[in-house]
Design a protein around this ligand. Structure first.
Ligand SMILES: [Zn+2]
Length: 197
């Protein structure tokens, strides 16, 4: 899957990923956001102020890559700027997931990247996950700071904030977010066993 041919599939995947992020405990309250690129200059995204676990299709917002709203009644999240910066930077990507999974977020707060060589599967399927420098939520600086990593890495920890992961589809981006949290949990438990991470 390299591109969403059908906008209904794109919207359906956003709702499904939202339910899973909420069930996994990766997004508290109305945290997090999800987007999917459906064309050269079109993205479907989650709105502001809505729990990602209980969304319906009519809540989603369609935007162009500059953030102009093309369709939908609700306002997009201010963090969608970060998603749009990622799409502008890497044309191969079709989905972005931003969430606050607790263990990976703790690594982000501590300024500790996830090493790629801890687990065989992490090395193969995820790679190193670096820490993007802190910038205020919704700022251009944060958007560009995160997007700077999207050509070389599969996701990033966001200092004092959470994580951002991307992929060729929404489920692909979700899986990367899951792998990031899994690697962070194992790293934390290794540290509790006395390993130097
Ligand atoms: Zn956030």
């Amino acid at each position: 899957m390299s591109e969403y041919q059908n906008e209904n599939d794109a919207r359906r995947d956003i709702l499904e990923v939202g339910r899973r992020l909420y069930a996994l405990g990766f997004v508290a309250a109305n945290d997090g956001n999800i987007s999917v690129r459906v064309g050269e200059n079109a993205v479907w995204a989650t709105p502001t102020n809505v729990s990602k676990g209980f969304m319906t299709e009519d809540m989603l917002v369609k935007l162009d890559l500059n953030g102009n709203v093309l369709d939908g009644d609700l306002a997009p999240s201010s963090e969608i700027k970060m998603h749009l910066a990622v799409y502008r930077r890497n044309d191969a990507l079709r989905a972005v997931v931003h969430a606050h999974p607790p263990t990976a977020t703790a690594f982000a707060v501590a300024g500790k990247p996830l090493p790629k060589s801890l687990l065989a599967e992490t090395e193969l399927l995820l790679g190193e996950i670096p820490v993007a420098p802190f910038a205020p939520i919704g700022s251009r600086e944060l958007a560009d700071g995160v997007a700077a990593y999207c050509a070389e890495y599969n996701g990033v920890l966001m200092a004092r904030h959470g994580i951002c992961a991307w992929g060729v589809g929404a489920i692909d981006a979700l899986w990367r977010a899951e792998r990031i949290e899994f690697a962070a949990k194992v790293a934390l438990q290794l540290k509790m066993l006395g390993w130097e991470i």
